[in-house]
Design a binder for this molecule. Sequence first.
Ligand SMILES: [Zn+2]
Length: 350
Amino acid sequence: MKKTFIEVSFPVKEVSEESAREKNIRHGHISTLHIWWARRPLASSRATSYAALIPAVSEDPTEWNKKWQFLIKLSKWENSLNPVVIEKARKDILEANGGKVPRVLDPFSGGGSIPLEALRLGCEVHAVEYNPVAVLILKCTLEYPQKYGKPRKVKEKDKVGLEYEKEINPLLEDTQKWGNWVLESAKKEIGKFYPADEDGFIPVGYYWMRTIPCQNPICSAEIPLTANWWLAKKDNKEVALYPYVEGKEVKFKIVGDGYEKMPADFNPEKGTVSRAVAVCPVCGGVVDDDTTRKLFQQGKAGQRMVAVVLSQGKGEGKFYRLATDKDLEVFKEAERYLEEKREKLMEEWG
Ligand SMILES: [Zn+2]
């Protein structure tokens, strides 16, 4: 059998760069559909699939360079829907396979990058997975867009009753409709566990810290464990929790952009724990890694709700405040509700 391109050479460096760049793409990428562990980048999936389906080129350096450059071009995110580039790749593959559409089987499809790219390259694709979550992701990535995503024309009436034609995408409409249904149903059932603050801000997240008791017998303070104190660390927004000691208790203030000024001698990068070695902010005592692990194993570690993340609505940015007793009360209520619900469902479903 003749060697394929990938067996002879491959632009590893360039395609790796494209793959790394892809991680920052938030719009239109399948990674935003649902999280999947170790989903392969589309750039490398596309480039390796192509390079495995075309033959190695002759020794002619010009020919070889042309293919090499095309592979890099093909791997770029921007060319995912470029008809000229994709059509050329499809044509090359078809030609290499004697005019027959090649069959690609991915027996461990996972997040679906390889089957998606093989489909894009015009192959007949078979994706296999035994994890039901991955199977659903695969259906949504590979099957449903083709089956239900074709735009069609519908007739609608305008305000004065005149009929007009409108193009809709049924998949888009249904996703919006059922997505809203899930949202509204969830709001109805658990919305009460996210009560709005007086200023209208709604809690969207809670910061918790695991805790261990300080092993210094004359201290025994509760040490909040955290690798760093950041709440937000962006170029334009740095917010952190500032710990201070009152009596034998560690308390917090929120400092940074939009809050109290961050003290000059405060380094938010330096938390209370690193590699399971914890430092008590009250007495400065050190809990070694073996003891920390033992405390967890013996169930002596606790947890503390520290801060609440709030939002005013979609795209409005996040806001932080310290957790209060009321937040904890709401959390406990939610915990009780979840337990009741779990028992009820266990009874219903067995
Ligand atoms: Zn201590």
